[in-house]
Design a binder for this molecule. Structure first.
Ligand code: ADP
Ligand code: MG
Length: 463
């Protein structure tokens, strides 16, 4: 609770600066106690219900804004009067006669069943993290302790950490695996070691729970930033477990050196091994999609390769979104009872793709020059000729195929294709496109060229 008192004090001093003295002294200064903290809501104790009413009406929104700003995470205040607190306490003591064992504050968190090593697809971006994870799982607390996995959101940190837990449990089922998020740890700590309540049973429960771990998994440790009390507590726990040869694994969105936490804790994290997971490339994204597909439909061959390529090309920032896109595509086709084909993938996903492109310009960026280079190589011509003026038959043909592929495979507009091909106008590009479109249906050689080119690009063009 210490920390929340600190937060309230911070908000209070900001309120002091932005309100006149009388308002501040009457309204905010008298609030000095916190009743409880639950689900990121801090319950402030006010004197009367009129205070509560006025604050809610005039100041609460602003207070919540300031709080979220100070805490660095979404939090809010609720108000409870001193009288209400008293009533609550009475009810609790009465209940405690009926139900005396209401002491548990900590709920055990389970490991997600599907986050196993066998469901984790490896590639360049995560191979190192995977290899070390397997090492830790095979010989916990012997070689790598603590083990620190970092990387951007949605890249598989929680999955890998959980997989270590499953693996160890399979081999030594009596291992006590304790998984928690840092946020949950903070909440447990406040509930159990709240200075105001002096409830030693809860404090003991907290210690017993965390200290009995043989394997401690703490997810998203960056959440401890600026939470001094919780950091102290975590440090003590760390020391205790480490000295007792227990394995500790943490994940984070950044390297330990960049964490906003006390340096002695940071230095502990560098004792063991740090590894990061990077963004997956096209190849890995496609492999992950194929891996996920088997959980969604029984005959995975029903989804053609160009659909997988299309989804992987367009969701390149994190695996969670990639997976989400695949799910959306599958459920779209299933609900409309339509085939799992490319056109339907575009129908299902186009809107969210252009949405995310509009909101995030750093999204998928197409390197048209690179694509042109691959196509020229395929035809053994000089890349300049693709955009050049020459009407030589082989150049014209290569150019037309480039148009077709940029449009169908990479969703480029005719205008942007025109400018990528030496500033040709819309009509010329449109004509080229129609020509190939027709030809594909009538001339198997052209169809073969298109297919070959697409698979060459799939292999050689990585975003
Ligand atoms: P993080 O903890 O890094 O934010 P998660 O571990 O929660 O990311 O992963 C997000 C989703 O992506 C999960 O559903 C996870 O199973 C999946 N995922 C991430 N990387 C892989 C991978 N290499 N193979 C299979 N699934 C993955
Ligand atoms: Mg995670």
């Amino acid at each position: 609770m210490n920390n929340e008192i600190e937060l309230w004090e911070q908000v209070k001093s900001m309120l002091k600066a932005s309100n006149d003295e009388i308002t501040f002294n009457q309204t905010f200064a008298p609030i000095t106690k916190i009743y409880k903290v639950q689900n990121n809501v801090i319950y402030l104790i006010v004197n009367t219900s009129l205070d509560s009413f006025r604050i809610k009406k005039f100041y609460l929104n602003k207070m919540n804004e300031l709080l979220t700003q100070c805490a660095g995470t979404q939090m809010s205040f609720a108000l409870i009067t001193a009288q209400e607190v008293e009533n609550q306490n009475k009810i609790q003591t009465q209940n405690s006669f009926v139900q005396p064992i209401q002491t548990t504050v900590i709920k055990k968190r389970n490991l997600r069943a599907e986050y196993t090593f066998s469901n984790f697809i490896t590639g360049e971006a995560n191979r190192e993290a995977f290899t070390f994870s397997v090492k830790v799982a095979e010989s916990p607390h012997v070689t790598i302790n603590p083990f620190y996995i970092f990387g951007d959101v949605g890249l598989g940190k929680t999955h890998l950490m959980t997989a270590i837990g499953h693996y160890i449990l399979e081999n030594t089922p009596d291992t006590n695996v304790v998984y928690t998020t840092a946020q949950q740890f903070v909440e447990d700590f406040f509930k159990a070691k709240n200075k105001n309540q002096k409830n030693t049973a809860l404090a003991d429960e907290f210690d017993n729970y965390y200290r009995s771990a043989d394997l401690l998994l703490v997810d998203d440790i960056q959440y401890l930033a600026d939470r001094q009390g919780s950091q102290d507590e975590f440090f003590k726990l760390f020391e205790y477990l480490f000295e007792n040869n227990k394995q500790i694994i943490v994940t984070s969105d950044r390297p330990a050196s960049e964490l906003n936490i006390m340096s002695r804790l940071k230095s502990r994290f560098s004792w063991g091994m740090q590894t990061d997971i990077k963004k997956p490339n096209q190849l890995l994204r496609e492999a992950i999609l194929r891996g996920k597909l088997k959980f969604l439909i029984s005959d995975t061959d029903e989804v053609p390769a160009n659909v997988i390529t299309y989804i992987a090309e367009n969701f390149d920032q994190n695996v969670r979104d990639l997976e989400g896109a695949l799910r959306r595509f599958i459920s779209y086709c299933v609900s409309f009872n339509i085939d799992f084909n490319y056109d339907n993938a575009v129908l299902a996903l186009d809107a969210i793709i252009s949405n995310s492109k509009n909101s995030n310009n750093s999204g998928t960026k197409l390197h048209i020059e690179k694509i042109k280079e691959i196509i020229s190589n395929y035809f053994s011509i000089n890349v300049k000729e693709l955009s050049g003026p020459s009407r030589k038959q082989e150049y014209v043909y290569a150019r037309q195929l480039t148009v077709y592929i940029l449009k169908t495979k990479y969703n480029q507009t005719l205008t942007s294709i025109g400018s990528a091909l030496g500033g040709r106008d819309h009509a010329t590009i449109s004509h080229a496109f129609d020509k190939i479109q027709d030809a594909i249906n009538n001339d198997p050689n052209i169809k073969e060229d298109v297919d070959n080119l697409i698979s060459t690009l799939d292999k050689q063009y990585k975003m």
